[in-house]
Design a protein around this ligand. Structure first.
Ligand code: 13P
Length: 251
């Protein structure tokens, strides 16, 4: 069986390069735990070199985003080949915070294709903004997933994908406000069903589904029991103790 996946999304934290060092020191204390998982750290891009040299032995480097074009001249953009040259192995795509800035499903699909072509694993995020009694969010998620994977149909490509389910309403809260485990278990089944419609059962079964949204040490154990293959962690990933306890819950 594949190792569980744990991805730290540092977003735009910490506030300075100086503040990166204590986090890395804390993480390396638990390197033995992280090695048992597929652990990735997605720092702000400008910290990437400082982070990569310190995590090499126990975690991979991830991007928080990827540019949609392979080559060309694009002032301000970091193209995939540059990311790769720094050792980036995986990238978050279509995070809700990028979608809130205007990123569409179409752009997310282009980025998934670019990542696949570059040999960088795409971690595609989906998630509804709110829940409603009529269950309209099921339709929303199905469409978001299908459109963000538009044009990606080859089995070889499907087998490289990772999906992160991150309900927007559950992001950046405390553990008690994360998604209830019973609801998450239902969503994992639903996402698998949509992936089956896209890729067929055998390939869909091979695509790991992660959960993100207020995962902390206090709720990681109950969230693991829902069928997810790992977590995409925001604020708790900047706290080495909290993050290592989340990692232990996945073992
Ligand atoms: P929090 O863990 O801070 O809720 O963030 C989740 C997230 O957006 C990870 O990508």
């Amino acid at each position: 069986m594949k190792k569980p996946i744990l991805v730290a999304n540092w977003k735009n934290h910490p506030e300075s390069l100086r503040a990166v060092t204590p986090i890395l020191t804390g993480l390396s204390r638990k390197s033995a735990v992280y090695k048992k998982l597929s652990t990735f750290i997605a720092p702000p891009l400008v910290y990437i070199e400082a982070v990569s040299s310190k995590i090499k032995s126990f975690a991979g480097l991830a991007g928080q985003d990827i540019f949609f074009a392979m080559e060309g001249t694009y002032t301000g953009a970091v193209t995939p080949d540059i990311l790769k040259s720094f050792g980036v192995k995986l990238t978050i795509i279509g995070h809700s915070e990028r979608r809130a800035l205007g990123e569409t499903n179409e752009v997310a699909a282009a980025k998934v294709k670019t990542a696949l072509r570059s040999g960088i694993t795409p971690l595609l995020c989906i998630g509804e903004e709110a829940r409603d009694a009529e269950g309209n969010y099921f339709e929303f998620l199905s469409e978001e997933l299908k459109l963000s994977l538009e044009g990606i149909r080859r089995k070889d490509d499907a087998h490289k994908l990772i999906i992160a389910y991150e309900p927007i309403w559950a992001i950046g809260k405390k553990a008690k406000d994360a998604m209830p485990p019973a609801d998450l278990a239902q969503m994992v089944i639903f996402i698998k069903k949509v992936l089956t419609e896209i890729f067929g059962r055998e390939s869909a079964e091979r695509i790991p589904i992660l959960y993100g949204g207020s995962v902390e040490s206090g709720n990681a154990n109950e969230l693991v029991a829902t069928g997810v293959q790992g977590f995409l962690v925001g604020h708790a990933s900047l706290d080495p103790k909290n993050f290592s306890e989340i990692a232990e819950a996945l073992l």
